[in-house]
Ligand binder design. Sequence first.
Ligand code: KIV
Length: 317
Amino acid sequence: MSIPHFRSADKAASADGSGSAQPAKVTLPHLQEKKRQGQPIAALTAYDYATARLVDESGIDLVLVGDSLAMVVMGLDSTLAVTVDEMLHHTRAVRRAVRRAIVVADMPYGSYHATIADGVANAVRFVKEAGAEAVKIEGGRNRLELVERLVDAEVPVLGHLGLTPQSINRMGGYAVQGKTLRAIDELMRDAVALEHAGAAAVVLEAMPREVASRITAQLSIPTIGIGAGPGCDGQILVFHDLVNLSFSRPPKFVRQFGDAAALFRSAIEGYRHEVASRAFPAEAESYHLPRAERLALEESEMEREAEMAGAGLAAVR
Ligand code: KIV
C-alpha cells in the first residue's frame, strides 16, 4: 500500500498574487482558523483517484470519502451495507490522489455501533491503512464516549447531526430534521456535547437554515452543512449530485454545477458509433511495422502462398 508523503503545512503565497495566504496542505487548525476569520470551507465527497485529483486540484479544503459511496458508486439503496474494507479500499484511492485537502473517511454503519473498542480499532485502521486524517461518525450525545476515546487515540473526529442516513430504519425515511422546538433543542445539545467531547467539526445535514445558523453561532468548531442553508461555516455536497451522476431526483439542496452524464453519454455513444462504422481506430491511432519488416512479412506470405498453390497442383495431378 502506498500512502503519499504529506507535504508540510507551510503557507504558500496565493497563485493569484493577491497575497491571501493559501495553505500548501490544509489541516484541521486551518479549518478552525477559517471559521474564526469567517471564510467559508468548501468540502466535497470523492471515492476514487481520478475524481479526488480533480477535487483536490480545484482547491477544495476537505475531501470526505463518504459512505454515500454505497449508493452513488455501488448502486445500493442505502448506506447501511458498505463495509469497513470497502471504505478502506476507496479511502486509499482518494489518499493517493489528494495532496492539499484534508482527507476524512466516513466510518460505515456497524463499524462503531457495537463497542467503543471496535470503533477505535476501526478508526485507527482508516488512519493507519488508508492515510485518513480524520474520521466522521453519525450521532450526538450517544457517541460522546467514542469521540473522547478517538481523540485520546489521536484520531480526529467529525460529528454528523440532523439527517443521519445510517439511522434510516429508525427514521423511516430521509426527511428534514429539527423542525420542532424540542428537536431543535436536542440538536443544539448534541452539537455542544460533541464539541465538548473533542470533535473537530460537525456536519449538519438537512435541517432548517435557522437551526443550522444557531448551532454554528453556538459552536467554536466549524460546522459543514449539506441542506442546512448558507449560515454554516462550510458546505459539502456529494460529488455525483454536483455533476449529475446520481441517477435519482436530487434533493432540494443540491445544485448541479455540471452535467457529467451528458458528457459521458455523448462520448460513449460517439465511440460506439465509430466502432460500428469502422471509423475508429484510424491510421493515426494504429501502430505500424517498420517498412523493412512489413516488406519482409509480405514477401514471406507471398512465398508461402506460392508454395501452397504448388503443393495443391501436385496433389491434383
Ligand atoms: O456519506 C456522505 O457523503 C456524507 C455527506 C452527505 C456529508 O456523509
